[in-house]
Design a protein around this ligand. Sequence first.
Ligand SMILES: Nc1ncnc2c1ncn2[C@@H]1O[C@H](COP(=O)(O)OP(=O)(O)OP(=O)(O)O)[C@@H](O)[C@H]1O
Ligand SMILES: [Mg+2]
Length: 364
Amino acid sequence: MARARTIDARVPITHVMAFHEYNVDLAAIVAADLGLPFHDVETVRSVRDKHRMRQLLDAADSPRWAVATDEESLRRAVVSTGLPCIVKPRDGSGSDGVGLLGSLHDAGRLSHPLLVEQLLRGREVSVEAFSEGGVHKVVGVTAKHQFAGSLVEEGHMFPLLLDPVDHEAVGEVVRRTLSTLGVSSGPSHTEVFLTGSEPVVVETHLRAGGDRIPEMVQDVTGTSLVDLWIRQCLGERILDEVPEVSPGTDHHPTYSATWYRGANATAILAGVGDLRSVVAQHRAAGLDVRSLELRVSVGDVVRVPTRSGDRLLVGRACAASPDAAREAARALVAAVPVELVTSELAPSVTSHGSRTAASEEPSV
Ligand SMILES: Nc1ncnc2c1ncn2[C@@H]1O[C@H](COP(=O)(O)OP(=O)(O)OP(=O)(O)O)[C@@H](O)[C@H]1O
Ligand SMILES: [Mg+2]
């Protein structure tokens, strides 16, 4: 804060922006101190702190939950959540430290405090929305796919055109969540379970989705959410330009999918084929490939993904149907030759690896 004041005294700071969630709390404090528009400090806290968020949301919009500070309180928590349940850190991201607790026999290995939640069942989706002046517009719903037996995202597909009744219910719960948490501007990314009765919120974020979701929205709508975000931060009113992709919209000529590849075992990445030639081959075969990227470096230790940062490769492709888009992106990353050397030198890690925010992209 002192540094921000020093800079402000020399060259007046006129706008505050933060595009990564790790900086949003700091940006909110600086903005409040300098009297500039930004999210309220309290709103940022309510969104970042999953316990606080659960306290504020309507009970109907959350799973049953409790906080455990030790083994004894964990035993009490599972009485209300049931088993299996989900355990997670209060302020985690990238699925780091989020796990399924199947039995209290495993309780001793957990580090506290923990948020303990009822295991939601059903289909999980994510929702991009944009707010201005406290009005929330739903951009669209994204299908989310996880690696088998894991909570880490393997892929995404936009737009997911839900049944219109479900789409409306999802939009309602997202708008209610954003209003309850005091979100008045900017993009948000909310994870929601379609539980069969009412949609239930996993969490929300004061940013656009990670995992190339803004690029997928742009593939489909032609609009950059990030450009709108910057313009809004600079004081423009942009809500009218925010696209809305809903099941009622006439037709969606393009669907966009992002797909990740992970390692099957802990190993050292010894080599990777030429990504440009993989892209060229797929384009020559008629696929609408948008991007293909390596997310780690040759020489790195790679492992079965237990957090977003563990994933090796990501590809994005568009097609005329949801399945064709998913298949194109999946085939793209699968086609990359990867040489993995399983070695005793490659240390094995547990699912609760250390958190290294700096090396990770914004998580979904
Ligand atoms: N109560 C729950 N019931 C079922 N699944 C859940 C629950 N809470 C979390 N999950 C699953 O775990 C994933 C990660 O949980 P959460 O989003 O709370 O953690 P995170 O660390 O913020 O993850 P990320 O940053 O990857 O979104 C969710 O997307 C969802 O698939
Ligand atoms: Mg999440």
